[in-house]
Write a protein that binds this ligand. Structure first.
Ligand SMILES: Nc1ncnc2c1ncn2[C@@H]1O[C@H](COP(=O)(O)OP(=O)(O)OP(=O)(O)O)[C@@H](O)[C@H]1O
Ligand SMILES: [Mg+2]
Length: 350
């Protein structure tokens, strides 16, 4: 995911976007400025999304997964603010002026940003009912996405595209579904409709924030299978945010583990599941019934510290079974553990 650095050394930050990389998040910081203090919800997060791959983001509730996703699309609202970092994407086909072919989304005017949001990058939000508009039909909402990004199409062509994406997400009777309002669909069909809206603009990167949380297990499996198939067929990259380690094991190529606003471990799915280095990742895996069955994250004893009052040193220290004096004094950086695997720990699992 990143150029490997010397083992045991802090990771170098990749200076430029690589050829097979669609998105590079560098040192992203998003803080919430509240009366109760400054919550560092995303604190110095860096990762890349390779073309055609799935990057899974896992972590307990409140670890900063959604805020990371919302920051990429610049959808964080007050009291939240992106206070640092870069979000580099290729701007081919969207903006002509960037000589390097990449732009930092965080520097764009809002009007330019809109051409990326729901264009090159689309997002499926955590709550389908709050992001589907109840007063418009599913067809209208997909058509809006199509129209926004394929201005050359006439009405009939747009409607053909609407039906095409509904077929793509395997909604039975697309004509009827297109004329339905969100409340007329079942949970599973609504989630498919959400995916159809996101696909309406042919994104290169799809961010799916807990796309299956509200669904029952069989429908969950169908929606996940659909996402995988679409990624392969359309050559998209997927950022898959989930509580469910089983989903990550099955779907992701790369895994990011977040804790208290920071990445604590990152590696390939094989590295993370067969050789976790951070005590938090290990604890998450041990909380699963077996590594191969689907399971939600069970709680680990203790709780995530307040993001507004993090302890000095490592933020996992209170819950860690490998804690030593150094962990209470110094905050570890992400250290290189092996090729492509990094962990934020002074005393990692060997
Ligand atoms: N509107 C807000 N005001 C203040 N703080 C906020 C707000 N939204 C998020 N935060 C802070 O950001 C942190 C991270 O939130 P985020 O929604 O990214 O968590 P998450 O990892 O997506 O959790 P979940 O698994 O429950 O969806 C929260 O713990 C909270 O401290
Ligand atoms: Mg969330």
């Amino acid at each position: 995911m990143w150029p490997p650095g010397p083992r045991g050394q802090p990771r170098r930050v990749a200076p430029t976007i690589m050829n097979d990389t669609l998105l590079t998040v560098e040192n992203l910081k998003t803080y919430f400025f509240t009366e109760r203090g400054v919550f560092k919800s995303v604190d110095d997060v860096s990762f890349t999304v390779p073309r055609g791959k799935t990057v899974g983001i896992v972590g307990e509730s409140g670890s900063g997964k959604s805020v990371t996703a919302l920051s990429i699309l610049r959808l964080v609202s007050a009291p939240g603010k992106i206070v640092g970092g870069r979000v580099m994407v290729s701007c081919r086909g969207v903006l002509q002026y960037a000589p390097t072919g990449t732009v930092d989304l965080l520097t764009l005017e809002e009007s330019e940003m809109r051409r990326f949001r729901g264009g090159k990058i689309a997002m499926i939000f955590q709550e389908p009912m709050t992001s589907l508009n109840p007063v418009f039909t599913i067809g209208d909402q997909i058509e809006e996405a199509v129209a926004l990004h394929q201005k050359e199409l006439n009405e009939a062509q747009r409607w053909e595209q609407v039906l095409e994406v509904l077929r793509l997400v395997r909604i039975p009777d697309p004509e009827r579904a297109a004329r339905s309002y969100p409340h007329e669909l079942s949970g599973g069909m609504r989630q498919r409709a959400m995916i159809a809206i996101a696909l309406g603009c042919r994104p290169e990167i799809l961010i799916a924030d807990e796309p299956t949380t509200a669904l029952d297990v069989t429908v969950q499996a169908q929606v996940l299978e659909l996402l995988r198939e679409l990624r392969e067929r359309l050559g998209m990259s997927l950022i898959l945010i989930t509580h469910d380690l089983g989903v990550v094991a099955e779907q992701a190529d790369e895994v990011i583990v977040m804790y208290a606003g920071k990445i604590v471990e990152q590696g390939t799915v094989r590295q993370i599941f067969s050789h976790p280095r951070h005590p938090y990742t290990r604890a998450l895996l041990e909380a699963l019934p077996t590594f191969h069955t689907t399971g939600r994250l069970r709680t680990i004893p203790g709780s995530v510290p307040s993001l507004a009052a993090l302890p000095r040193g490592c933020s996992f220290q209170e819950r860690c079974d490998r804690v030593q004096q150094r962990c209470r004094e110094e905050d570890p950086e992400l250290m290189v553990m092996g090729e492509g695997q990094v962990a934020r720990c002074f005393f990692p699992e060997l």
